[in-house]
Design a protein around this ligand. Structure first.
Ligand code: SF4
Length: 616
């Protein structure tokens, strides 16, 4: 093994079913360029250590109270956590019979969400039913840990709440100055063990989400205190989106460098700099005489075609847990199954949606990979992980590239299963959807956003409600499942438009055009067309002055009188039920505790649009 100069770490917590893709891509690039690099998924190791007999003995052992569910059932939790984990890793399949009997697992508050198991899973779906029940068991444990041991703990995020909107560093700094809690200590002990093995010069933490920042900085603090010779870096999605206008140097008490955008070139130059201080750093924030400086903020020059296949060396596939948080086959793709992750293209080929960060390189710098190279990369990954499922983690997979890739997969008789994110555009014809299905595509996700033609046009989505319906039908006819990203509260959106949008979504479910969905509350971000030119959307930003720390969401003054926050609860309730096949025939107003506008869309509008007489 080459000596590790840099250890790439995914800090807790991300999804538990597969590693976050940043370190695999960076590892491959750095190795290709002669850097001794290794990777470590601290996130899955921490989850493994928390959901373990030894940790539960520590945190549940002393519990005494005949009224507390965990005190009463502590021995069951302690004895069952490891077998249940093995089941969720596919190692202990026969346990499903006992789990489904509902006599084995202690049932805490999460089990109260169970609707009709038999309706969902029938008599044959025991394995999925058991996976769902086993997931609720872990979620109960996670609730206990959050309430009693570490307030930051969630199954797939760590201390997300304190990093969600951070105009200043003070609040996070305060949290980091507190004594470590038992989960922090566990995380640090896992990191320390790896530092002792690899002895790196540099540790690079990827921070894709707000829920990874606290852990990265807690680890950075430990490194600074105990291994001052090691340099610590952060980069990744959250950093590149929110910290671009950073001018508060406090964060440098925890790390040494912050890099922006795709990390390949900045990391390469940083590794050269570590060995020779004359090497210029690239797109890197440093602290210089108590001030923050961004060095050489030049555009990326590594195009997708020049990237090697992601490298899974150091990833222990057997550790990942396949969860099922909702009994919905489309929804469960995010947490169930080890999906190899690879990008077909960098950036978005459309890059025009008004709510999206289109001014940032991760969206605006579009360049696709070569199909033959992609196939070779897929084969190389399969050889490493032994898994044939792929999640193409694109912003929006281009139809032409999907066509060529599908043809090549079929030509080479490659048996793979895959899903990806798309735009509901007209190029997804029935024939293309069929080809994709034949090549192993089982699902797509895409934005229907606000299902209103006026707003789709205003936000420059490039599709209409009718087009989206026809495209979804093509996918359904090809047996490809569809998940819809939905939005409410876009500038100038009225209550009538939100209710109409919900009615359209109801009809999409009614005629089986989509299997799952999620309502996002629109947020104006400073890098989006709406944030950059709010006047074009009839609204005003409250302030244009950047914050000293994170800058992303910006407050704005609406032009219409509509309380969207009030509508949010009903929208969430509706989609949660639709995904379980409940309430699809109910009037949309029934999801709200107050009087709302009546929908102006005829009840069979979508059925007629796609040419069927009525829904299911
Ligand atoms: S929302 Fe999606 S399709 Fe639209 S610009 Fe952003 S990445 Fe592209």
């Amino acid at each position: 093994m080459a000596q590790t100069e840099i250890l790439l770490v995914t800090p807790p917590l991300t999804q538990l079913n597969a590693p976050y893709p940043a370190t695999t891509q960076l590892l491959a690039y750095l190795k290709q360029n002669g850097v001794g690099a290794s990777q470590y998924d601290l996130s899955i190791d921490l989850a493994d250590a928390v959901f373990s007999k030894s940790f539960l003995v520590e945190v549940l052992g002393e519990l005494k109270s005949s009224k507390n569910h965990f005190a009463v059932n502590k021995n069951l939790y302690i004895d069952l956590v490891d077998p249940v984990k093995a089941f969720l890793r596919g190692k202990n399949p026969t346990l499903s019979h006992r789990i489904c009997s509902r006599q084995l697992l202690p049932e805490g508050s999460r089990f109260s969400q169970i609707e009709d198991l038999e309706w969902w899973f029938g008599s044959l779906g025991k394995s999925d039913m058991a996976r769902y029940l086993a997931t609720l068991f872990l979620l109960d444990i996670s609730d206990f840990i959050r309430e009693n041991v570490c307030q930051h703990f969630g199954v797939t995020k760590y201390a997300e709440r304190i990093s969600l909107s951070l105009p200043q560093f003070t609040q996070l700094g305060k949290e980091l100055s507190k004594e470590s809690n038992p989960v922090d200590l566990l995380m640090i002990s896992l990191l320390k063990a790896k530092l002792e093995i690899f002895k790196p010069k540099v540790v690079g933490f990827t921070v894709p989400f707000p829920g990874n920042l606290y852990a990265a900085l807690r680890c950075g603090k430990f490194i600074k205190e105990h291994y001052p010779e090691i340099k610590a870096i952060i980069g990744g999605g959250f950093v590149s989106t929110e910290l671009r206008m950073l001018n508060d140097p406090s964060i440098f008490d925890y790390i040494d460098f912050i890099i922006l955008d795709d990390g390949e070139l900045p990391l390469l130059s940083l590794m050269q700099y570590v060995n020779d201080r004359r090497t210029p750093l690239l797109r890197t924030f440093i602290k210089d005489h108590e001030e923050v400086r961004l060095l050489n903020n030049l555009p990326d020059t590594v195009i997708a075609k020049d990237l090697p296949a992601p490298d899974y060396t150091g990833i222990d596939v057997d550790k990942y847990l396949s969860l099922m948080e909702l009994p919905n086959p489309m929804h469960s793709l995010w947490s169930n199954g080890f999906w190899n992750k690879i990008q077909l293209a960098r950036g978005c080929y459309w890059a025009k949606c008004a709510f999206c960060d289109t001014s940032l390189p991760y969206i605006s710098s579009y360049n696709p990979s070569d199909v033959l190279q992609l196939i070779e990369s897929m084969q190389a990954i399969i050889a490493q992980t032994g898994q044939t499922g792929f999640h193409f983690v694109d912003e929006a997979a281009p139809p032409a590239l999907l066509r060529n890739l599908s043809k090549e997969i079929i030509k080479r008789r490659l048996t793979v299963t895959w899903w990806t994110n798309i735009r509901f555009e007209k190029n997804f014809t029935y024939e293309l959807c069929q080809l994709m299905a034949e090549a192993g595509c089982i699902a797509v996700t895409g934005g229907i956003e606000v299902a209103s033609n006026r707003l789709l046009n205003l936000m420059n989505k490039g599709v209409t409600v009718e087009q989206a319906a026809l495209t979804c039908k093509n996918f359904q006819d090809a047996t490809i499942m569809v998940h819809a990203y939905l939005m409410y509260g876009f500038p100038s959106e009225t209550e009538q438009e939100t209710i109409d949008s919900l009615e359209i979504v109801r009809q999409f479910f009614k005629v089986d055009l989509i299997q799952s969905g999620f309502w996002h509350r629109y947020a104006m971000t400073c890098h989006s067309p709406t944030g950059l030119s709010p006047q074009n959307y009839g609204v005003k930003r409250v302030t244009l002055k950047p914050n000293p720390f994170a800058n992303n969401e910006v407050p704005f003054i609406e032009s219409v009188n509509c309380n969207h926050d009030r509508l949010g609860k009903g929208l969430e309730k509706s989609i949660y039920n639709f995904m379980q096949g409940i309430g699809i025939d109910a009037h949309v107003s029934s999801w709200f505790d107050f009087k709302v506008a009546l929908p102006s869309i005829p009840p069979n509008y979508i059925a007629k649009t796609i040419g069927i007489k009525k829904g299911r």
